[in-house]
Design a binder for this molecule. Structure first.
Ligand SMILES: NC(=O)c1ccc[n+]([C@@H]2O[C@H](COP(=O)([O-])OP(=O)(O)OC[C@H]3O[C@@H](n4cnc5c(N)ncnc54)[C@H](O)[C@@H]3O)[C@@H](O)[C@H]2O)c1
Length: 335
């Protein structure tokens, strides 16, 4: 197949491209290499992908309407894996407009490209943050998600609504994936595992929000990549018999699907720190802080729908994942 991966220089995009390489596909990856975090890490991921002969790279901004239209017109992709976005909950309080550019306008440009070319399947990244104020656990895609607590979450929920609309209007099979706190080798410097490892190895204090009273359904990167590849193969079908009065938020008459991809077992923040301590062999100096605006106290993925559709559930436990991350981190930074 001819595949487009957006955000290929990103944490998840890089892992998905590597997982799909060598399977007989022709893969084009795009990314705008923005400076939200260290661009040299994005470049290093691209250098790592340079060994894959079936992966090509093009620097392109999702918000470039003409550029995106030309890309779709020239390339004629069979399937699209759309991962590029402005990520990060906290940064969306500082710089909201960049979320509108990349996540709303950018998503629209991807949907338009899919419409023009009639792609077989669009798989796109949503986020566990759409669950916002929900307090019923585990979080299920059949739960309504109408109370986001950050602009980031609101753009991800908007992505699902926009995809549903295009799926309904133009029959584009679209699958949204709500990822739960992803970590692992080549990870993002703005996320907990990365920050904690850096601080612990440097003997510096690490900020522990909500005084450690938080839990997250931490999900290992290889499990995420596997989930993306599995769901790419399951093209949602239209269901003309479906009625909104009987169906939940994750079903439709349109060829539209939503899945959580999370480990399925929440880990307390202090247990998470202990896993990083064990992996580094050093003790953390904790600087306890209040809850951050935009944050949620817990996340927990219900993975039944993913398992029913793909026969797959994430597997890697946080102790093992932390060990693999720290091993990569030490090698990459030479510390
Ligand atoms: N990592 C997580 O824990 C997590 C959790 C939930 C959802 N997600 C979502 O998964 C996707 C991938 O996340 P990630 O962790 O790999 O983040 P990332 O920031 O490492 O990767 C995103 C990539 O997209 C690129 N990008 C951003 N805006 C762009 C634009 N306008 N045009 C072209 N490229 C652009 C960035 O340069 C980056 O390389 C995102 O949609 C994110 O919102 C991630």
């Amino acid at each position: 197949m001819k595949l487009l991966i957006t955000g290929v220089a990103g944490f998840i995009g890089h892992a998905v491209a590597k997982r799909l390489s060598g399977q007989g596909h022709e893969i084009l990856g795009i990314d705008n290499l923005n400076e939200y975090y260290d661009v040299s890490l994005k470049q290093a991921r691209l250098d790592d992908l340079a060994a894959c002969e079936d992966v090509r790279f093009l620097k392109l901004d999702l918000a470039d309407r003409e550029g995106m239209a030309a890309l779709f017109a020239e390339q004629r992709f069979d399937r699209v894996i759309h991962l590029a976005a402005q990520a990060g909950v906290r940064y969306s309080l500082e710089n909201p407009h960049v979320y509108a550019d990349s996540n709303l306008l950018g998503h629209l440009n991807v949907l338009e490209g899919c419409r023009q070319q009639g792609v077989e399947h669009l798989v796109y990244a949503s986020s566990s943050s759409v669950y916002g104020m929900n307090d019923k656990t585990p979080f299920a895609t059949s739960d309504s998600v109408d109370h986001p607590v950050s602009l980031y979450a609101a753009t991800k929920k908007a992505n699902e609504l926009m995809a549903h609309t295009y799926s309904h209007l133009y029959g584009i099979p679209a699958t949204g994936l709500r990822f739960f706190t992803v970590y692992g080798p080549w990870g993002r410097p703005d996320m907990a595992m990365f920050k904690f490892t850096r601080a612990i190895l440097a003997g510096e204090p690490l900020q522990v929000f909500n005084h450690g009273e938080m839990s997250r359904d931490f999900t290992y990167i290889d499990d995420i990549a596997e989930g993306v590849v599995r769901t790419l193969a399951v093209i949602p079908a239209a269901d003309p018999e479906w009625r909104a009065s009987h169906g939940g938020p994750d079903s439709s008459s349109a060829p539209y699907a939503l899945y959580n991809i999370g480990h399925g077992s929440p880990v307390g923040l202090m247990d998470f720190i202990r896993a990083v301590e064990a992996a580094t062999g050093k003790e953390a100096i904790c600087d306890y802080q209040p809850m951050q605006p935009g944050d949620v106290p817990r996340t927990w993925a219900d993975t039944e729908a993913l398992f029913a559709a793909t026969g797959y559930r994430p597997r890697v436990k946080v102790e093992e994942g932390a060990r693999r991350f720290v091993e990569w981190y030490r090698g990459y930074y030479g510390v």
